[in-house]
Design a protein around this ligand. Structure first.
Ligand SMILES: Cc1cc2nc3c(=O)[nH]c(=O)nc-3n(C[C@H](O)[C@H](O)[C@H](O)COP(=O)(O)O)c2cc1C
Length: 183
C-alpha cells in the first residue's frame, strides 16, 4: 500500500449512518497517520451512531455535522469543504446518501458538499444485502458511475443485521488502495 501518496493531501471523508460507521474511524486514522489533512463530514444520523469526537481526535481537525451551526468563516461550509477537497471519500455510504447524490438532492451538509465539489468522489456503500440489490439503489449507483463517481463495492459476508450477503463495507485496505489510485 502506497501510504506516502496521502502525505499532505486534502481529503474530505463523509460518514453516513450505517453501523459500519465505526470502521470509518480506522479509515480516518490511517489517512491522518499517513499525513493527509482529513476533514470529516458526518450526517446527523451518523452522529447518533458514533461520536464526532472520535473523528475530531483521530484527524486533529474539527468535524462538520450541521450546516446551520455557527462557523468562523463567511463562506458556507459546504462550499469551503467542496473546494478544499482533492478527493472526497464517502464511507460508509447509505442508500439514502447514494439516492441524494444520484438525484440532485441536497438536504444536508454531505449532499451539498458532494454536489459542490469538483474533486473525484469515491463511494463505499454499506447496507443490508436486500437494500443493496434493491432496484432503486442499483439504479442510483448506475447513474453515479455513468457520471464519473467511483465506487468500492461492498463485500459478501455476515451483516450486522443478522443476514448474510453482499452489503458489508469494503475493507479499509481496499478503500485506501482505491483512494491512492485516484489521487
Ligand atoms: C442501527 C441502524 C443501522 C443502519 N444501517 C444502515 C446501513 O448500513 N446502510 C443504510 O443504507 N442504511 C442504514 N440504516 C438506515 C439509515 O440510517 C437511514 O436510511 C438514514 O435516514 C440515513 O441517513 P444518512 O444517509 O443521512 O446517514 C440504519 C439505521 C439504523 C437505525
Amino acid at each position: 500500500m502506497e501510504m506516502q501518496k496521502f502525505k499532505g493531501r486534502k481529503i474530505v471523508l463523509g460518514v453516513c449512518s450505517s453501523i459500519a460507521a465505526y470502521k470509518a474511524a480506522d479509515l480516518a486514522s490511517a489517512l491522518a497517520k499517513a499525513g493527509a489533512d482529513v476533514r470529516v463530514i458526518m450526517t446527523e444520523n451518523a452522529a447518533k451512531i458514533i461520536s464526532e469526537r472520535v473523528f475530531a481526535t483521530l484527524t486533529r481537525n474539527p468535524v462538520s455535522v450541521n450546516m446551520w451551526e455557527k462557523i468562523g468563516d463567511w463562506k458556507p461550509e459546504h462550499i469551503s469543504l467542496a473546494q478544499f477537497a482533492e478527493l472526497m471519500i464517502v464511507a460508509p455510504a447509505t442508500a439514502n446518501a447514494i439516492g441524494n447524490f444520484a438525484n440532485g438532492l441536497a438536504p444536508d451538509l454531505l449532499s451539498c458538499t458532494f454536489m459542490a465539489t469538483r474533486a473525484k468522489v469515491l463511494v463505499a456503500p454499506a447496507m443490508n444485502d436486500a437494500m443493496y440489490s434493491n432496484f432503486a439503489v442499483q439504479k442510483n449507483i448506475k447513474i453515479l458511475r455513468e457520471n464519473g463517481v467511483e465506487f468500492v463495492e461492498p463485500e459478501e459476508g455476515a451483516l450486522a443485521c443478522g443476514d448474510c450477503g453482499k452489503g458489508r463495507l469494503a475493507g479499509v485496505e481496499a478503500i485506501l488502495q482505491r483512494a491512492a489510485q485516484l489521487l
